[in-house]
Design a protein around this ligand. Structure first.
Ligand SMILES: Nc1ncnc2c1ncn2[C@@H]1O[C@H](COP(=O)(O)OP(=O)(O)OP(=O)(O)O)[C@@H](O)[C@H]1O
Ligand SMILES: [Mg+2]
Length: 358
């Protein structure tokens, strides 16, 4: 498949701007995950790419070929794309087998080959033996898997997946996630994948595109988005962040700035220049905060705090600590004898304090 281009696409529904001058390039074979809050335009984007919605402005291209603009759209069945809808959209009057076979029938695949391909697809989603059931006789998770099998049975070049695993139980979800990831690596199919599950986004996405109000907020590798969020929205939507603001009181040549915050002066790795005298904002992830069982270490950005809350998660513990009416989340994997009410010391290594655009 040629590369896919979304060029300045705007799509409005009455007063809602679902996509706002949205552009994105997706390389052949890439797995791109769309992340963002409910209503930010993810489904609208997938439907526009698939040809179910016509853009009001802008265009969708496959290589040089325009497949959608505000005049004309190439119908979905003429594109080498399959979409798994958020609502599954499987036919109630057809059996599981007939649902999955439909796309192959339309493409006039011979009967013997058709049957084998349908069985392989059903077996991949662990639905063997349920071929003759109707959708009313299936659980939500089983219907979702029919929708998945129906999408990849036709060997599409591009798979558009709208929260395809949301209704599966935790174990099956992880298993299907691995299956999809293998499928992607094995046959080099291009994926555009919508999920609310951050772990799924990190594991499946070569690239993550974070959206808000029909706009692209940030795109990059999972590492980029987690380790270098661009603004407070990105820092709080993906993972948890402690966010602080303060006037920049010192700008030094060694790539750092000092901000005057509620915690006192904090040295932050500088990513912005010429901001002395202006307000700056930075974030630090709970697991990047260093945690000392005793009081004051004298290191840069270290201060004493009081332990307010402890939550034990098995693999790690999350503490909420307080200083000057501010609460900070801290995660630590080592077993510490710290109890609620204890005074301990905390350190923000400057290289883990990430400057944000507000
Ligand atoms: N057919 C429609 N008519 C009117 N408004 C619509 C229509 N489809 C979508 N919208 C609006 O456009 C915006 C984007 O909707 P969209 O379904 O793309 O969001 P989403 O990111 O997929 O959300 P979710 O995570 O809840 O599925 C929302 O405000 C929604 O209410
Ligand atoms: Mg949606």
């Amino acid at each position: 498949m040629p590369d896919l281009f979304i060029d300045n696409v705007t799509k409005e529904f009455e007063e809602t701007v679902a996509l706002n001058n949205f552009s994105l390039k997706i390389k052949n074979g890439e797995a791109v995950v769309l992340l963002g809050p409910s209503g930010c335009g993810k489904t609208t984007l997938l439907k526009t790419i698939a040809g179910f919605l016509k853009p009001d402005q802008g265009q969708i291209r496959l290589g040089d070929k325009i497949v959608s603009d505000n005049h004309e759209i190439l119908p979905p069945d003429k594109r080498e794309m399959s979409m798994v809808f958020q609502s599954y959209a499987i036919w109630p009057h057809k059996t599981v087998f007939q649902n999955v076979a439909y796309g192959l029938e339309v493409r006039k695949v011979p009967k013997s080959e058709l049957s084998e391909r349908v069985h392989n697809a059903l077996s991949m989603v662990q639905l063997d033996g349920l071929e003759h059931r109707y959708s009313t006789e299936l659980s939500g998770g089983q219907q979702q898997r029919v929708a998945l099998a129906r999408a990849f049975v036709v060997d599409p070049s591009l798979l558009l997946l709208d929260e395809p695993l949301s209704n599966l139980d935790a174990n099956l979800r992880v298993e299907m996630r691995e299956e999809l990831s293998d499928l992607h690596n094995r046959i080099g199919i291009t994926f555009i994948y919508v999920t609310h599950d951050q772990e799924e986004a990190m594991v499946l996405g070569d690239r993550i595109v974070l959206m808000d109000h029909g706009l692209k907020v940030q795109e990059g590798t999972p590492e980029d988005l987690y380790e270098r969020p661009i603004n407070t929205f990105a820092a709080s939507f993906i993972g948890t962040s402690n966010i602080f603001s303060g006037d920049v009181i010192e700008e030094s040549t060694d790539n750092s700035v000092v901000m005057k915050t509620d915690l006192g002066p904090i040295t932050v790795q500088q990513q912005l220049v010429n901001i002395k005298g202006k307000e700056g904002t930075f974030c630090i992830r709970p697991e990047w905060v260093k945690f000392h069982n005793n009081i004051s270490t004298g290191a840069v950005n270290s201060f004493n705090v009081k332990v307010l809350k402890k939550q034990y998660y098995g693999k790690y513990s999350r503490y909420t600590v307080g200083i000057n009416d501010k609460e900070i989340s801290v995660e630590t994997t080592f077993d510490s004898a710290v109890s609620i009410g204890d005074e301990i010391s905390m350190e923000f290594p400057p290289q883990y304090c990430v400057c944000l655009r507000q």
